[in-house]
Ligand binder design. Structure first.
Ligand code: T1G
Length: 699
């Protein structure tokens, strides 16, 4: 059973009990209608209360059911809500903690609603590429008023129950309990008080008008169009709510249903639902049970007060965790702290951070020039120069001073974590925490698991990642881990495209039209072309037969490192980020082509996008085969959260699934025939070839 049934005097209590968030899956829906019937059949029962067990009233429809027949299996959510409305005995919703999506729609079908203060109330369906599909677009405007309802539906953002209760004329809540603890008894008392009240009030019978609807909805559409970009759902939310003001209830419900069903099958909704589940799946490590004991992390040490060290430290200060920062010289410390202050002060100026919060956070920061001061920290994260000799010195010192049980983390982005761990006598306590710059902004955190990293260390850092609001993805040890290993192939394809006839702007525009935040050349200018240059120089030694275009080296030899030197693939005007195409660079590329005897050809945007994106997919398939990543959705999270892959496409692996792996392999076979490309790279990874041959998908 996924609802509990009790009778107390003349009140029947139906408690949703489907952990973790009382998702309204089929079994729960059936259990609600069965118990509703039971309550109506029991003469001793005069009124009914519905509430939720655990940490939510209800988190809505069961997202895990979407796409399966169960989602529509009767009683579907619409039928459950109608059954509640038709109940001859009054039904009171006792709402607490979280009341979202279908959970709120269920409550709107009840005759009365009592909410505890502090409850998060939302219709977040738009964040899944949908709109409320069980009457939310028709009932909420009736209960709350058209404009506050439309704001909630289009934003999907939660609003606190006490805020909603203050909206003039609202009929969403009949009352707020004086506290969460008194909700149950107040709901019971209310249910007894209205037991004989008739007629039973129905939200669907409330009027729903907007005094100047045409103008308002036109304004709403213009606003939504701007923020919706590649997502169709927000505009459909406006359509559905407008229907509530213009149609009879049942007609409005039909319009909502049609809009909802259409959105369910859009690739954008498929992508957003995939991301919702992928983000939560990433925190689960197949061989580390959820109940693995964790270490308490109440204090952090950060080695290095540079850009990365400062950004890393801010994450913990923001989470209220004290940080002790070490540098070799006082002026480096002073510079690092000044940068952190500047970051916080700009947030205060923008109104994103209160002054007292800023001071509170900086109050948690201490500094030192001596390793011995770090010994009591629960975890230390080094963000020093990316060179193995330096890492060795740092970890030897850390091994000497840190207390037993401390976690020793490296922020390395490319170096071998197992080798770093070997500099200590406690490799089981060594882990990689690869933050992405700017570390206090980027959500992605690659957690690099060494061969000897202990399971409790993994469990601990994954929990810490959630606490500092990072999306953590576990990576095995290889050069570049997941993201940087994939982007190296993406960058190689960008270079070959230049050799074969493209300009940097053509490549960037094509992939930005596909949805990337930035193409490879604008991104190189932002990150610094010298970073890729250093990696290629290492590559030329390690893998002399790995093919690269020389154009990026030629660019760096001219000192055109990008925005930091005012010029890279593009020119930049001081203080502006606009990438201005530079004829000298284009001529340099043309001259380089001539020197190779290459006749430039016109390359379509489709080919540009396919070669860039499929290079990610093929390298990712190798990463999966080698067990560097444990699941394809983890790779999607890396690319969505750290590399600007378009959210509405769900990540490279979901995108490849939607194109069809057979088609991806076909395209790769074509690229392999191009003598100027790298035929050996375009041999499909065995996993990809197998899935394509079997008509299967990554996800
Ligand atoms: N369905 C299924 N599972 C869900 C779920 C849901 N609606 N919400 C959460 N979970 C799982 C989640 O996958 C994770 O599972 C666990 O619960 C804890 O989640 C017809 C069609 C409710 C605020 O969009 O916003 O109703 O990883 O880590 O931080 O109009 O979950 O443990 O296996 O996020 O405390 C609309 C989505 C659905 C709400 C709790 N509802 N959920 O946050 O825990 S569509 C939503 C959330 C709908 C109707 C339409 C949050 C939360 P696991 P968590 P949390």
């Amino acid at each position: 059973m996924t609802t509990l049934y009790e009778v107390h005097g003349s009140v029947a209590l139906i408690t949703l009990s489907n952990p973790p968030v009382n998702g309204l899956g089929h079994a729960t829906r059936l259990s609600i209608t069965d118990n509703l019937q039971k309550a109506n059949d029991d003469d001793a029962v005069k009124s009914i209360v519905i509430t939720g067990a655990g940490k939510a009233f209800s988190g809505g429809a069961d997202i895990k059911e979407f796409g399966s027949p169960k989602a529509l299996q009767e009683p579907n959510l619409l039928s459950v809500i109608v059954a509640i409305e038709k109940s001859p005995k009054p039904v009171v919703a006792a709402i607490h903690s979280v009341c979202m999506g279908g959970g709120l729609e269920l409550a709107l079908g009840c005759h009365y609603r009592i909410a505890a203060p502090g409850c998060s109330v939302a219709l977040p369906e738009v964040k899944l590429g949908l709109l409320p599909g069980a009457g939310g677009t028709q009932r909420l405007p009736r209960a709350l008023g058209v404009e506050p309802a439309l704001n909630m539906i289009v934003s999907g953002e939660p609003v606190k129950s006490e805020m909603l209760a203050q909206i003039p004329g609202q009929k969403l809540f009949d009352k707020l309990s004086s506290s969460p603890d008194t909700l149950a008894e107040e709901a019971f008392a209310f249910a007894q008080a209205i037991a004989e009240t008739r007629p039973l009030p129905l939200v669907r019978d409330l009027p729903c008008k907007h005094r100047n609807g045409d103008a308002y909805f036109q304004f709403a559409r213009n606003m939504v169009k701007g923020m919706a970009k590649n997502f169709p759902a927000p505009l459909k939310c406006v359509d559905a709510v407008e229907a509530a003001t213009r149609q009879k209830f049942e007609d409005g419900m039909r319009i909502e249903r049609e809009l909802f069903t259409n959105l369910m099958f859009t690739p954008e909704s498929r992508a957003l639902r995939h991301v919702f589940m992928a983000e939560r799946a990433a925190s689960k490590i197949p061989d580390v049970p959820a109940d693995t004991a964790q270490r308490a992390i109440n204090s952090i040490a950060v080695i290095g007060a540079g850009t990365m060290g400062g950004g890393i430290a801010m994450n913990f200060l923001n989470a209220g965790i004290p940080v002790k920062m070490l540098e070799m010289k006082q002026d480096a410390l002073d510079r690092g702290i000044a940068t952190m202050r500047k970051n916080y002060e700009s947030q205060v100026k923008k109104g994103k951070l209160k002054q007292d919060k800023y001071e509170e956070r900086m109050g948690l920061l201490s500094t030192t020039l001596s390793y011995d001061d770090l010994k009591d920290a629960d975890m230390v994260i080094e963000a020093v120069f990316e060179e193995m000799g330096v890492k060795e010195k740092v970890f030897t010192e850390l091994d000497r001073v840190m207390k037993p049980g401390a976690i020793l983390a490296s922020n390395t982005s490319t170096l071998d974590l197992n080798q770093i761990a070997s500099f200590t006598k406690r490799p089981e306590d060594v882990v990689g925490l690869h933050f992405f710059s700017p570390a206090n902004i980027m959500k992605l955190l690659e957690v690099v698991r060494g061969d000897k990293t202990a399971k409790y260390v993994m469990a601990t850092v994954m929990a810490v990642a959630k606490k500092i609001r990072k999306t953590a993805v576990v990576s095995g040890v290889c050069d570049g881990f997941i993201g940087n290993r994939m982007i190296e192939q993406y960058g190689r394809q960008g270079g070959f495209l230049l050799d074969e006839g493209c300009t940097p702007a053509q490549v960037d525009k094509a992939i930005e039209k596909f949805g990337f935040a930035m193409g490879p050349f604008r991104m190189g200018d932002l990150a610094g072309n010298d970073i890729g240059w250093a990696i290629r120089k290492r590559r030329y030694q390690e893998k002399p037969d790995m093919k690269y275009s020389k154009t990026a080296d030629l660019l760096c030899e001219k000192g055109r490192f990008g925005q930091k030197t005012g010029a890279g693939w593009y020119d930049y005007v001081a203080g502006k980020r606009d990438a201005i195409p530079n004829q000298e660079v284009v001529s340099m590329i043309e001259a380089h082509r001539n020197s190779l005897g290459i006749t430039p050809r016109k390359i379509s945007d489709d080919e540009i996008v396919q070669r860039l994106v499929y290079s990610l997919v093929n390298e990712a398939a190798h990463i999966l085969e080698e067990g560097i990543a444990s699941k394809a959705s983890d790779i999607d999270m890396v690319y969505l959260m750290g590399y600007g892959f378009p959210l509405y496409r769900g990540g490279p692996m979901l995108y490849a699934d939607q194109v069809g792996l057979f088609n991806v392999v076909q395209a790769m076979n074509r690229f392999a025939k191009n003598p100027l490309d790298d035929a050996s790279f375009w041999q499909p990874a065995p996993l990809l070839a197998r899935l394509a041959a079997e008509g299967k998908t990554f996800n």
